[in-house]
Design a protein around this ligand. Structure first.
Ligand code: CMP
Length: 140
């Protein structure tokens, strides 16, 4: 897997609110290249599989219900220092704590409905990319 990749998800609230175009524009204008993308409507089982690391958290059940509540857009992004730069661009998990002009500050409405996901490490990025995409689907 080439360096500089991360996985991002525009979550059900982002899709339902009509933020997909705005978010893609922000990503592309910040030197992220889209290397793969697809729109999916996850089952609860698929959402639980993706968020296994959070299975013991109090918010897990709600998170799974929310992530399977509507379509999402899954993206593989490439760029320098992609994991950390995307997380900076997204802003804090809780949009109330997010910096001005971050994606979550601009579009998110709560700590759960926070519009966008980004991998939290390069190692997890590889795992998360493979959860959604086969090697054949990656333009890298
Ligand atoms: P994400 O970065 O995708 O990782 C886990 C998700 O759980 C998080 O974004 C939120 O959508 C959701 N979540 C819901 N409640 C909480 C909480 N109290 N703390 C962190 N994440 C939460």
């Amino acid at each position: 897997m080439p360096a500089g990749l991360t996985l991002s998800i525009i979550k059900p609230d982002g899709v339902a609110q009509g933020n997909v175009g705005d978010i893609l524009k922000i990503l592309e204008s910040n030197e992220f290249q889209i290397r793969a993308s697809k729109m999916l409507h996850l089952t609860e089982k698929q959402a639980a599989g993706f968020y296994q690391v959070h299975r013991s958290k109090s918010f897990f059940k709600d998170l799974i219900r929310y992530m399977s509540s509507g379509p999402i857009v899954v993206l593989v992004l490439q760029g320098t220092n992609a994991v950390n730069r995307l997380r900076d661009l997204m802003g804090a998990t809780d949009p109330q704590k997010a910096e001005k002009n971050t994606i979550r500050k601009l579009f998110a409405t709560s700590i759960e409905k926070n519009v966008i996901h980004g991998s939290d490490s390069e190692e997890n990025a590889v795992t998360e990319i493979h959860y959604f995409f086969s090697d054949l689907e990656l333009l890298v």
